[in-house]
Design a protein around this ligand. Structure first.
Ligand code: IPD
Ligand code: CA
Length: 267
């Protein structure tokens, strides 16, 4: 089995190349290619081109591994590894010219199912900021080479939190009720617009915590490993805090996690 740090190095190399392509395409203008689950859920030509680049590089370098990508779907591999890819996380930011977007690449073992997989390595690259977050299982997490650590406890002023709202308007009332439950824990609330960066910012102590309903596997696969490797906790619904997933995803330092999860799921 390939070592986690070798898979991490490949994820980083591909994320950098993919992020540079996204950045260049952004300077050339952005065309919306289609809408997906809802009219607000868009895909640009760049999302598709960047995912194709990532998939082609993985096929060339790791032909036996599986693939699960936001834009081009799933393919089973012959090894125990699957690459979980969001080519541009924060597509609406990208389309509007807000620099908070990222390439998110994780490699996991086991069934390609976030309920049971184990993340081995991850890279989240924010090309507009020139920031590369990376992690390997049991190897720690870094930002541009500097070791990351979550905030163990929020300050007395409360937690700096982030959340997100899905594209489906029918979920917004529930999302806003959740915000009302969580606000007593907060000093303030951010909506950055890219889940992978929300997780990365928890990992780096820029946020104390993050919660969101409705995430897809490629939204949390890489970011969740960044948080746990930076000493934080991730979870969702289910026994023992569960796992991040569509029903709920929460990430925070150890001093905040239980209270944030309970408020987010309405316990
Ligand atoms: C979205 C972003 C956003 C989150 C949505 C995601 P996309 O991913 O991560 O912050 O609120 O749930 O779908 O569509 O930009 O790849
Ligand atoms: Ca995306």
């Amino acid at each position: 089995m390939t070592q986690p740090h070798e898979l991490e190095a490949l994820a980083v190399d591909i994320a950098r190349e993919a992020g540079e392509l996204a950045r260049v395409r952004r300077t050339q203008g952005v065309a919306i290619a289609a809408t997906k689950s809802a009219i607000a859920d868009i895909v640009t030509e760049a999302d598709r081109e960047v995912e194709a680049l990532i998939r082609a590089r993985l096929r060339a370098e790791r032909p036996g591994d599986g693939f699960l990508g936001e834009e081009s779907g799933a393919e089973r591999g012959t090894t125990d590894l699957t690459w979980v890819v969001d080519p541009i996380d924060g597509t609406v930011n990208y389309a509007y010219g807000i620099p908070a977007y990222a390439v998110s690449i994780a490699v996991v073992t086991g069934e390609p199912d976030p309920e049971s997989w184990r993340a081995v390595a991850a890279a989240v690259f924010s090309p507009a900021a020139g920031e590369l977050f990376q992690a390997a299982a049991n190897g720690g997490a870094t930002l541009n080479g500097d070791r990351l650590a979550v905030n163990a406890e929020p300050t007395a002023a409360g937690a700096l939190l982030a959340t997100g709202f899905g594209y489906d308007p029918s979920t917004h009332a529930g999302d806003l009720a959740r915000v009302a439950r969580v606000m007593p824990l907060a000093r303030d609330l951010r909506r950055i617009g890219a889940a992978s960066l929300d997780f990365a910012y928890v990992a780096s102590g820029r946020l104390d915590g993050y919660f969101e309903r409705g995430l897809q596997p490629w939204d949390h696969a890489a970011g969740a490993l960044l948080v746990t490797e930076a000493g934080g906790r991730v979870g969702g619904v289910g026994s023992g805090g569960g796992r991040p997933g569509r029903a709920m995803s929460v990430a925070a330092g150890p001093g905040l996690f239980d209270a944030l999860l309970a408020a987010a799921i309405g316990d």
